[in-house]
Write a protein that binds this ligand. Structure first.
Ligand code: GP9
Ligand code: MN
Length: 637
């Protein structure tokens, strides 16, 4: 006999049960960090939003199909959730399409899989059992047969909820989808299932571009690179042969703070002293785009440009590369990265593995407590302190990269760590930037001392680089006040994209070098110091110490700096004086015609060269072209 009193629509019940279950898994089985109430709220709603959207589809089917749909979708959803959980228990990360189909991670699971399955996990099937039970016992009452209007209403509601969820997520993390910071962010803001859909779309796009590439573009690119190579090795070639490399990526450090003061206090006393005993490049530009730190890493390791949008670490983290750690491995180097953040941030775990890093000391390698962290996590001083023991234990020679974190927007610092006062302007961001920069400077000083104590200093070269800007255009007014300028012009904006690049070779005097350069040049520069022949390398940068270098630095948005000019926003400036050369300020003329004095636009030829170079680099990445190049190289051997 059918019990007519039980008539909750099954699709609704399924959404709620599945929502609750997903929330429990998110909150208590995954280890998702929640920094504020808004994040808690989003994490709470998204399981329900996505399960309603999926199970809501059921209303469009007739009885039999609807029953099947609800049964099998709750089972499938549970399996997806569960596979992620098992994967997460081992890797503290979420599944991605490449991991499933080609990655090595998933296969590593094999042996340990039994240990990752826990008996209480069976409870995760509870709602599936309920759905199956109700759908067979009360099929007539729980399966809905809506009119078209109600069906559309369910659909409209689903879309509205998804949209609402997305808007909240965007508020919490602007450009969440374009930038793809971190799988954890995507999961916590959009939910696991929406994350998987996003991942599938992203991966198919990448795949499609790759499929149509066959490598016949390579010879042209190769000859372009050969033509632009300096004809002679630099005088410093091999000066640091077989030395350890300690590369320090300085979060948000811009050049304008170097040898500068705030409220009458020196901002970076340690760096200012260090520069006197190092090679310091004061016209060195960052070339990053949306992938921020990861873009700077990409430039440094590969001497290729990051992508105009998205983070190449994410979109093309599985490409074939010929990165510095791989090259140095052949020379007997051991390589490691130190960074006290979630290893999946910027897809670093996947990318590092792919480009040959032997070890990644991520946040799990560090003792992180409430006291020793601020803002994004572990403070720089304890970060360096805790790293030393690991560094000492590495086989030598080593190639290591340290990525600092404290000087990150919003530049928070406890009173006990602030040695100088904030600036005083309408921008809290700029005001707080100075004390955090100083903190980072002090952390470096400590690190150098510890390197010396540990006996690691003498045999190493230490390279420091700012990863990207810290103060965006948004703070131009405060910035112009600080720099004592009337306004920040587009020319000033480009000049503010300079970041410090310091090569410290113990025992060498060094000097200030004012030639222009950029992050793209780090790989050839470093390899040349280490005495590694790079004449076959597909790299767009050149050794910063070489004489006849290519005379422009391309920024990722197509702006450029050349020996003589700075070009940005269709305007061409004299690099030294900042004078606007073209177009004249009162006329809006297309940049490829002459100015009102009939003079040829001096920036135009360089502009085409820059566009051409960026396009070559993008082609390599989108088409994964190095898989053809590296292959043909290997075959020749
Ligand atoms: C995160 C750190 C900061 O791990 O590298 O990233 P950013 O926001 O600067 O790219
Ligand atoms: Mn950064």
């Amino acid at each position: 006999m059918k019990d007519r009193s039980y008539n909750v629509p099954l699709y609704l019940l399924a959404s709620i049960l599945f929502g609750i279950k997903t929330y429990i898994v998110y909150r208590f089985m995954f280890n998702i960090s929640l920094d504020n109430i808004m994040q808690e709220f989003i994490l709470f709603i998204n399981p329900f939003v996505s399960s309603f959207a999926f199970f809501g589809i059921a209303v469009w089917f007739q009885k039999k199909r609807q029953t099947k749909f609800l049964r099998y979708f709750s089972l499938l959803g549970t399996l997806i959730l569960y596979f992620n959980l098992i994967f997460y228990r081992n890797f503290t990360d979420f599944l991605t399409i490449p991991v499933l189909f080609q990655g090595s991670n998933a296969s590593d699971l094999g042996s340990s899989i039994l240990a990752l399955i826990h008996l209480p996990d069976l409870l995760l099937l509870a709602d599936v059992a309920i759905i199956w039970f109700l759908s067979s016992k009360y099929q007539d009452t729980v399966i809905v047969n809506y009119r078209r209007r109600s069906k559309s209403l369910v659909l409209t509601l689903s879309v509205a909820l998804l949209l609402g969820n997305y808007i909240l997520a965007e508020i919490e993390r602007p450009q969440l989808l374009q930038r793809t910071f971190d799988r954890e962010y995507l999961v916590k803001n959009l939910g696991l299932f929406n994350y998987h859909i996003y991942d599938v779309v992203l991966q198919s796009k990448t795949k499609a571009q790759r499929v149509f590439a066959d490598g016949n573009e390579m010879p042209e690119i190769e000859s372009y690179i050969q033509e632009n190579r300096p004809s002679k090795l630099s005088e410093l070639f091999g000066i640091a042969k077989n030395k350890n490399v300690i590369f320090i990526s300085m979060e948000s450090l811009q050049s304008f703070v170097i040898n500068n003061t705030v409220n009458g206090e020196e901002i970076t006393p340690f760096l200012n002293d260090l520069i006197d005993e190092s090679y310091y490049f004061n016209n060195f530009y960052h070339q990053t785009a949306q992938g921020k730190t990861s873009d700077s890493e990409f430039l440094v390791e590969n001497s290729l440009y990051p992508l105009p949008s998205g983070a190449v670490f994410f979109t093309n983290g599985q490409n074939e590369y010929n990165a510095t750690p791989e090259i140095l491995k052949e020379k007997g180097y051991y390589s490691a990265v130190f960074h006290a953040n979630n290893k999946s941030f910027w897809n670093r775990d996947v990318m590092y593995d792919n480009i040959g890093y032997d070890n990644f000391f991520d946040q799990t390698a560090f003792q992180i407590t409430e006291e020793n962290s601020i803002g994004w996590g572990l403070k720089d001083k304890p970060f360096f302190e805790q790293s030393i023991k690991y560094l000492q234990s590495l086989p030598q020679p080593f190639y290591t990269k340290f990525i600092t974190l404290t000087n990150h927007y919003p530049f928070e610092l406890g009173e006990e760590d602030a040695s100088i006062d904030p600036y005083n302007s309408n921008s809290k961001t700029l005001n707080q930037y100075f004390p955090t920069v100083r903190y980072a400077d002090e952390a470096l000083k400590l690190f150098f001392d510890q390197l010396k104590q540990a006996g690691l200093y003498e045999d190493s070269i230490i390279v420091l680089m700012g990863d990207h800007y810290g103060i965006s255009d948004f703070h131009d007014k405060a910035m112009s006040m600080y720099l004592d300028k009337e306004e920040i012009t587009p020319y000033d904006h480009i000049q503010l994209q300079r970041v410090p690049f310091i090569v410290h070779i113990p025992g060498e005097k060094g000097k200030v070098i004012s030639n222009i350069g950029g992050q793209i040049d780090v790989k050839p520069t470093l390899l040349s110091l280490l005495g590694v022949d790079t004449s076959d390398d597909i790299a767009f940068g050149t050794d910063l110490f070489a004489d006849d270098r290519k005379d422009f630095v391309a920024l990722r948005d197509g702006s450029f700096v050349s020996d003589q000019y700075i070009y940005t926003k269709e305007q061409c400036y004299d690099r030294e004086t900042g004078e606007l050369l073209y177009p004249l300020s009162n006329s809006v003329i297309e940049p490829d015609v002459t100015n009102s004095d009939g003079e040829e636009n001096v920036c135009k030829p360089i502009k085409s060269a820059v566009e051409n170079e960026l396009a070559y680099s993008d082609k390599i990445i989108y088409g994964d072209l190095l898989r053809f190049y590296n292959q043909s190289n290997d075959n020749e051997e």
